[in-house]
Design a protein around this ligand. Structure first.
Ligand code: GLU
Length: 477
């Protein structure tokens, strides 16, 4: 059997990590088995659904590298808002077969039923008053269409691919509404018809949808359709176990991207939120497409640990092929410099030096600032500490030595610095630090020779001149 999975977001905002993880698991299950991974937009909430949100979701998935397959029989990605005639057709069929019936209970009547159920401690609300009333379409009253839950063997339990035996007692479910008084289908009906029409074999979705499954199973049963397998992925929670809240920072994929996490790190992080494979921590999309299985999905809520994401981010910043790193870091360099930055051979070398020292792409770009910006600011603390009047003479001499170098490479730079420090009987650091602050504005950078080699002679000398000028202008003391 070909495995067909789907991710069915409601396009009412950005793609959050919980949704992204569901999409990733659905994708991985399909890829692992050579099946198909489909998308559909559940845009029945007309007020909150927007095309911008659809685009945001698609962009986030594309950024993560999660590709989807075409849906046979559909043009593009199905939208529930465009399928009303199909849902109406299915509702008609259920009515014709006697699996559904019309109900003219008014809101006031329903409220009474609700109160009675509450008083009697029943979950089942609807009292079945129109079940056998044979109300026709021309009854002249507004009516809903309700599902007739079979008296014998209603299917409300299933063996969940993740949670194990699951379900609700049939006596707790009442003849729920399938179509509203305006004829529009309710969500559960749309989901069932869509999953069936799209040929979905495995519905993987968040745990919060678990209470929908018994109702959806009853609709499958009424239609005589074979239901898909269901798997409900555990919730994401804060480290303390509390529900993940958006208040604690934006948990959209876009927000993580904008903070400078690579898609590789993000995918790896998402994969390990509730899924494991032995003790593998480092996982790429390719690995997931080879290894993903539902047995590896845990049953308890998955804790979101940001330090784990940072650890993964560092791993990928160290190990990604240079070309890939450049593509990822480019927008951050541009933003840091305030103009398009060309990653030439020299800057590429600089980025190599930052791989081991960066937590995120944004961090890497910030650390590259002195290479990509013409103007630098001196960190006041570093300036106070290292650019003291006494260093002016040695630094000026060093400046001239650097200007006179035949070759601008690490070895020549080192030789010049060592010679100058010796002449002034300074420990190397006592000259290297002022040089670093003058050239980079900072008290910390990659090794000074490499840093200067990447910076180039012209800019190094210009910055030394500027620093010397500030030294000379500063009041003595
Ligand atoms: N539209 C639902 C959501 O965005 C998904 C429901 C489902 O997967 O069945 O959470």
């Amino acid at each position: 059997m070909e495995i067909v999975t789907r991710y069915a977001p409601s396009p009412t905002g950005a793609l959050h990590i919980g949704g992204a993880r569901t999409a990733l698991f659905c994708w991985a299950l399909a890829r692992r088995h050579g099946g198909r991974f489909l998308l559909r937009f559940e845009d029945t909430d007309r007020e909150r659904s927007t095309r911008e949100s659809e685009t945001a979701v698609l962009e986030a998935l594309a950024w993560l590298g999660i590709d989807h397959d075409p849906v046979p029989g559909f043009e593009g990605i199905p939208r529930q808002s465009e399928r009303a005639p199909r849902y109406a057709e299915v509702i008609e069929r259920l009515l014709a077969d006697g699996h559904a019936y019309r109900c003219t209970a008014t809101p006031a009547e329903l409220e009474q039923m609700r109160e009675r159920a509450r008083a009697e401690g029943r979950k089942r609300v609807y009292d079945g008053r129109h079940r056998d009333a044979g109300i026709g379409p021309d009854c002249g009253l507004p009516y809903t269409v309700r599902l007739r839950i079979p008296d014998d063997d209603p299917v409300t339990r299933w063996s969940d691919e993740i949670a194990g035996p699951s379900g609700e007692a049939a006596e707790d479910l009442d003849d729920f509404v399938l179509a509203r008084t305006d004829g529009s289908a309710i969500y559960h009906l749309a989901v069932v018809v869509d999953d069936h029409d799209m040929g979905v074999t495995h519905v993987l979705r968040g745990r919060e949808h678990m209470t929908s499954t018994p109702r959806q199973l009853l609709i499958y049963q009424a239609l005589g359709w074979e239901p898909p397998r269901f798997g409900h992925v555990p919730l994401l929670v804060e480290p303390g176990g509390k529900k993940l809240s958006k208040r604690k920072g934006d948990v959209s994929v876009q927000a993580y991207r904008d903070r400078g996490f690579t898609p590789e790190a993000m995918v790896n992080y998402l994969a390990r939120l509730g899924w494991s494979h032995g003790d593998l921590e480092i996982l790429t999309l390719d690995d997931l497409a080879r290894l993903f299985d539902l047995d590896g999905v845990g049953r308890s809520p998955a804790q979101v640990h940001e330090d784990k994401l940072i650890w993964l981010s560092q791993h990928y910043l160290r190990t990604l092929p240079a070309q890939r790193l450049h593509v990822h870091v480019q927008p951050f360099l541009d933003a840091e410099a305030g103009r398009p930055v060309e990653i030439d051979a020299r800057l590429a070398r600089g980025l190599e030096l930052l791989r081991e020292r960066s937590e995120t792409l944004a961090d890497m770009a910030a650390q590259a600032r002195f290479w990509i910006c013409d103007e630098i600011e001196l960190d006041p603390k570093a300036e106070r500490k290292h650019l003291r009047p006494a260093i002016e003479g040695p630094l000026a001499e060093l400046r001239d030595a650097l200007a006179a170098l035949d070759a601008w490479d690490e070895a020549s730079l080192e030789a010049a610095l060592v010679a100058c420090a010796e002449r002034h009987e300074l420990k190397l650091g006592k000259l290297a630090q002022p040089l670093r602050v003058a050239a980079t504005g900072r008290g910390a950078s990659p090794g000074i020779y490499e840093t200067l080699e990447v910076l180039g002679r012209e800019r190094t000398l210009a910055r030394l001149d500027a620093a010397l000028e500030r030294l000379r202008a500063a009041p003595a003391g």
